[in-house]
Structure formats: C-alpha cells, structure tokens
Design a protein around this ligand. Structure first.
Ligand code: GUN
Length: 285
C-alpha cells in the first residue's frame, strides 16, 4: 500500500482563501483583525517562523505588527509590553514567540497575555476550557492536525491514537483534542519503555519528538494514519520530519509530508484564531 498524502500546504491555501473573504467582510464592517507578534532575541528558527506568520497574515488581509526586542530584555520589560498590548483596543491577538531567553519565565509571559487575546491557546484558562470542551482558542499545531484529519474524513471516534512527545505546545494538547473527538489516547515520551510496540498499535500515530527519521516503518501498523510534526533542519539545510517518510508511506494509509504538512497548518490556524479574537473583542475589559 502507498499512503495518501495529507498536504497541509494545499489545505492551508483553501482555508486562507476562505478567511480572506471573511476578513474582507469584517473590514467592510470597520473591523480589521490585527495580530501583534513579539520576538525576543536572535533565534534564527524563531525569526523564520515569525516571517512566515507575517506573510500569511498579509495574504489573508489580516494586519500584523512585529515588536522586536533585544536578547537582554528583562522579564519585567516584556511583561509591561504585554500589559500595554492587553489594553490596546487595536490589537486583537498577541503572540510571543517561544523559546524566550533564560532570564524570562515563559509561564509568566503566557499567564500575562489576556486569555481573550491568547491566539496561541497557551493560557491556563484556555487550556482548561479546551480540556472541558468549551469554545476557546485551540493551540495552533494541534488544531491544524485535527483540521487535517477532518479534511480527509478520517474517523477519530473509537480509534487508538498514540502521541509520541508530551510538550505543552503539541503533544499534550493534540492528545486532548483527539480525546475530545472520542479517540482512545496513549501518550508516549522519552521514558516510555516499549515505544515501538505501543506505536505499532496506533490507528492514528502523531510523532512530535524533534528527532529526524526516528519513526521508521517498524513503529507503524499497516493502514495507520501518520502525522509528522517534526521540523528538523538537516546538514544540507533541508527540512525533514520525525518520521522516515520513505519507509512509512509503504505502510500508512495516510501520511503528512515534511515540508508542506503540519507546518503550514500551524500558521493557518493562528490566522483563524486571530479572526476569532477580533470578533470577540467586546469581551475585553
Ligand atoms: N515556538 C514554536 N512553536 C510556537 C508556537 O506555536 N507559538 C509560539 N508562540 N511560539 C512557538
């Protein structure tokens, strides 16, 4: 069997086209969704992600601004900037690019962003709402993954989903969203003893470990849906996933490529969240 591709770039293009129309309508009503991105320091990967976010926003008519701060920025300085953005009515979404320099607590930063402007879906109150299944901002990568599965009408209910990786940004929330869709969810991580055996029981396998080609065909059940969240830069500068695509595609029923898989969807869902934030502005005090 050769797997069908779930192409995140193509799906993103369709979703962005839809959003462009929605943004045009909002603009006619006098509301231009606005995203403010805060970038601290010189991390090259972060700079590249932030550029991608600005470009995608512009494509859909969402306005965005970038606040670039030096690596030496103190936590107090950053928290004050966030508080000012919280009360700035022209700003609907706030995204502080992670990771942050050592002197700044990421948790403090996340908790300072107003939950109604938290387009990353990282604030504890939004995570709580996600857990109870209330309407809220969903973290962008997990939201993108669920959207990809639904775009192919892949059944989630009753399926065994195995998540490899337990980060707050991807692993934990994607497991929760799959549980919300009635999957049976197993979380695996660096201390898991029988990773290969567990992975090979998955109907839906999500790889979010950050290690190039770690997931080979032996980890994959025949006919499984394989979602590759890895973005690993190789020595030659090209990007590759956590899944060994060439061997995996012979066993999987569906597979996401890298690049053009989950990555573009993350940015697209950020735009969705920004539009949602703009529509909900009236709740901010
Ligand atoms: N760094 C890597 N991924 C993300 C993300 O989704 N949001 C933010 N704010 N920082 C990140």
């Amino acid at each position: 069997m050769t797997a069908q591709l779930i192409n995140g770039k193509e799906l993103s293009a369709v979703l962005k086209q839809e959003m462009k129309g929605e943004v045009q309508e909002l603009k006619q009503q006098g509301l231009t969704p606005h995203l403010t991105v805060v970038l601290v320091g010189e991390n090259p990967a972060s700079k590249s992600y932030v550029k991608g976010k600005e470009k995608a926003a512009a494509e859909t008519g969402i306005s965005s601004s970038l606040i670039e701060l030096p690596e030496s920025t103190s936590e107090a300085e950053l928290l004050q900037i966030i508080k000012d953005l919280n009360t700035d009515e022209s700003v609907h979404g706030i995204l502080v690019q992670l990771p942050l320099p050592k002197q700044i607590s990421e948790q403090q930063v996340i908790e300072t962003i107003h939950p109604d402007k938290d387009v990353d879906g990282f604030h504890p109150s939004n995570i709580g709402k996600m857990m109870t299944g209330e309407d809220t901002f969903l973290p962008c990568t997990p939201y993108g993954i669920i959207t990809m599965l639904k775009s192919k009408n892949i059944e989630i209910e009753g399926k065994h989903a195995v998540i490899i990786g337990r980060s707050n940004i991807v692993g934990k929330p994607v497991g929760q969203l799959l549980l919300n869709e009635n999957a049976t969810v197993t979380y695996c991580h660096s201390k898991t003893k029988n990773l290969k055996e567990l992975a090979a029981t998955a109907d839906i396998l999500v790889a979010a470990i950050g290690k190039a080609h770690a997931i080979t065909a032996d980890y994959i059940k025949n006919g499984a849906v394989v979602i590759d969240v890895g973005i690993n830069r190789q020595a030659d500068g090209t990007l590759t996933g956590d899944v060994d695509f060439e061997s995996a595609k012979e066993k999987a029923s569906y597979i996401t490529p890298v690049p053009r898989g989950v990555g573009p969807m993350t940015i697209t869902m950020l735009l969705k969240n920004t539009i949602k934030a703009a529509k909900g502005l009236s709740t901010i005090e």
